[in-house]
Design a protein around this ligand. Structure first.
Ligand SMILES: Nc1nc2c(ncn2[C@@H]2O[C@H](COP(=O)(O)OP(=O)(O)OP(=O)(O)O)[C@@H](O)[C@H]2O)c(=O)[nH]1
Length: 441
């Protein structure tokens, strides 16, 4: 199995990945900005609370009314659940009043607002600086108390507050959880959308590739359905047209191959027929005759039908050749073959087995019947003529007749007996039909 991702997975990634990345990036930018704002809001809240307390503490501190200061500090501490510790120092850094437990060290007592976040704690230090009007009022009201006029530049004291940041952290955790949930939701949505988009592309591709595979495996009638292939309908149509072209080309090739094969077979048959036929007379040649004669003998033996053979030779053919020329000899041979063929039945066979020597096989004929056929042939030949330069030319032929006997083992033996009868017919004066002696006689 291939470890490479399939086209569906690739398309899915191509569609989903950018969306997921953008969503996650936007979410984290938003999250970090929101967390910053949250921290700043907390710092502002702490600064405002400390400044308010510093304002309220100005007069008790000026009047050295520690009881009132203590009440103020405790009221602040109780009024804010996030407030862990509140302390008020005089200008020399002496702790005047306190509520709650401070964790970690103090901030340096300087005439400026200081904020420090350490772990889950936010510590703020605010100097207590009275307003000029208040200072004058206070001085006038308290001159009788023997208090000196306050210095306008140095702080009168310091308010230190420490807040627990658990709720800020909780808020951040909630934000993180929300961001993760939103990210997962976005990813899920992107997955669903991408799957839908990918399947709109991959389903047609799957269908088209299936059809292409079927075409490749030889099913040239396989076709896609362009209407079901959406944006790829053009490709589907193209595949169909290609398959049609291939099918047509293959059909044409098949027809051409069939035509060529048929022509070759016909040429081969013609060549074989020609090889079996005698070129001059168009009757069977020696090879064709003996092949068919063997088959016929087998058939007659199987059905125990009689079968006879005639061996025929033109008389004094050499003289015809010598007297009238070879071309006349050929004409005599052709005429002779036609005369013999005329006397044959459908199942009889004739062949030219030598120069002017012919053989005729007569299935279902005994010697007596064969002799009658031979006699008719002899008469037909003797009574016929051809014209050579306007002059009639007569010729005769001799016949040897032999009937196939059960004890006879081969065509050659039958031919030899018929040939012997022919030889005897020649010897006895030609133009005659002689019956062969039975085998072994
Ligand atoms: N024109 C022609 N002559 C052929 C052909 N084949 C064989 N011959 C001739 O046929 C002649 C046969 O002569 P022989 O075998 O002596 O027989 P014959 O003259 O017929 O004498 P008998 O058979 O004894 O009557 C030869 O002269 C061959 O040259 C052929 O295809 N065409």
């Amino acid at each position: 199995m291939s470890s490479k991702p399939g086209i569906r997975a690739r398309l899915w990634l191509a569609a989903a990945l950018p969306t997921v990345l953008v969503v996650v990036a936007l979410l984290w930018v938003f999250l970090s900005r929101y967390a910053e704002d949250l921290t700043e809001a907390w710092q502002e809240r702490a600064r405002v609370a400390a400044t308010q307390l510093a304002g309220s503490a100005e007069f008790p501190l000026f009047a050295n009314d520690l009881e009132t200061l203590q009440r103020l500090v405790e009221a602040s501490h109780k009024g804010d659940s996030q407030l862990r510790a509140v302390k008020v120092f005089d200008r020399d850094g002496r702790l005047l009043v306190s509520a709650g437990t401070l964790q970690g060290g103090l901030l340096p007592l300087e005439a400026r607002v200081q904020l420090e976040i350490s772990g889950e704690r936010l510590t703020v230090l605010v100097p207590i600086e009275g307003s000029p009007a208040a200072r004058v009022d206070l001085f006038q009201e308290t001159t009788g108390l023997g208090l000196s006029q306050p210095d306008a530049t140095t702080p009168r004291g310091f308010v230190l507050m420490q807040f627990g940041l658990e709720s800020l952290e909780r808020r951040r955790s909630e934000l993180l959880a929300w961001a993760l949930a939103a990210t997962l939701g976005a990813m899920l949505l992107a997955t669903l959308l991408s799957t839908a988009i990918a399947s709109r592309v991959t389903r047609p591709i799957g269908q088209i590739s299936l059809v292409v595979q079927r075409i490749a495996s030889g099913s040239l009638d396989a076709r896609t359905n362009p209407q079901h292939c959406g944006a790829l309908s053009g490709l589907a149509q193209g595949v169909n047209e290609m398959a049609q072209q291939v099918a047509m080309t293959q059909q044409e090739l098949r027809q051409q191959v069939e035509l060529a094969t048929r022509e070759l077979r016909e040429q081969k048959d013609a060549a074989e027929r020609a090889a079996r036929l005698d070129a001059l007379t168009q009757v069977l040649g020696r090879r064709g005759f003996t092949e068919q004669a063997h088959t016929e003998i087998q058939r007659c033996m199987r059905y125990q039908h009689p079968l006879s053979l005639l061996m025929i030779d033109i008389d004094h053919f050499k003289t015809i050749n010598d007297t009238h020329g070879h071309a006349t000899g050929d004409a005599v041979l052709l005429h002779f073959a036609q005369l013999l063929a005329r006397e044959l039945r459908e199942n009889d066979m004739i062949g030219r087995i030598g120069g002017e020597e012919f053989a005729v096989l007569l299935p279902n004929s005994n010697a007596e019947q064969a002799a009658r056929v031979a006699e008719r042939m002899r008469e037909a030949v003797a009574n016929s003529q051809i014209h050579v330069r306007g002059q009639p030319l007569h010729f005769t032929a001799s016949f040897g007749v032999a009937e196939f006997q059960a004890q006879e083992l081969s065509l050659e033996s039958l031919m030899a007996r018929a040939d012997a009868a022919l030889y005897e017919a020649k010897r006895q004066g030609r133009n005659r039909v002689l019956l062969a002696t039975p085998p072994g006689a």
